[in-house]
Design a protein around this ligand. Structure first.
Ligand code: ADP
Length: 182
């Protein structure tokens, strides 16, 4: 059911599993990357969907988040990165994905995730949510912790790749410069 038939070229039937991994990724952490690596080895194609949510005020613009994700996922040939706004289920339908991947860290993630996956499944029974439990070493890790540590000048190299450290330093020093002139 999760394998979709690809348009035929040579008379041979080819089926594939396309999955979408949505999130804010503000910024992408080693926890996200761990989920990306593991789900990319389950699905034939994985699309990382960066949510452009007008209601939240992210530190990084959607373009910046897409750019950092493209750089850190360049080593995975079957991973693509795209942004979306609106309903996740519409984005997944557009992509013809049959699986939504989410990461589960603690029991606190569970209730919200359960609600979302059931709602999405009612809206589109052809798409299921698959949960990967976090690897223990990243169970504590969230984008908001990273931002907080960075804001107070802490070392974030245990949590995020070098590209993100560079972009974070750039962003914070620009913000500080701006604040000085206000
Ligand atoms: P959202 O705002 O949609 O929760 P996030 O960027 O915070 O976006 O997270 C995207 C997905 O990655 C979610 O499924 C979240 O549970 C998962 N995730 C976040 N951090 C980790 C981590 N350290 N380990 C495993 N999964 C994680």
């Amino acid at each position: 059911m999760y394998r979709r038939k690809l348009p035929q070229r040579s008379g041979m039937e080819i089926f594939m599993i396309k999955a979408v991994y949505p999130g804010s990724f503000d910024p992408v952490t080693f926890g996200h990357l761990d989920i990306i690596r593991r789900s990319a080895s389950i699905a034939d194609q994985l699309i990382v969907g960066v949510l452009n949510n007008g209601q939240k005020k992210p530190l990084f613009s959607v373009e910046e988040r897409v750019s950092m994700l493209r750089q850190v996922t360049a080593e995975f040939p079957n991973v693509k990165v795209a942004s979306f706004s609106g309903l996740l289920i519409d984005f997944a339908r557009e992509l013809e994905a049959t699986i939504i991947v989410r990461g589960l860290r603690a029991i606190t993630d569970f209730e919200y995730e359960l609600q979302m996956s059931q709602t999405n499944h009612i809206m589109e029974p052809g798409i299921d949510t698959v949960f990967l439990t976090t690897s223990l070493e990243y169970a504590y890790l969230s984008s908001s912790t990273v931002k907080e540590v960075a804001l107070f000048g802490g070392d974030i190299s245990h949590f995020v790749p070098q590209v993100v450290i560079d972009m974070m330093q750039n962003k914070l020093s620009n913000d500080q410069r701006r604040n000085c002139h206000e």
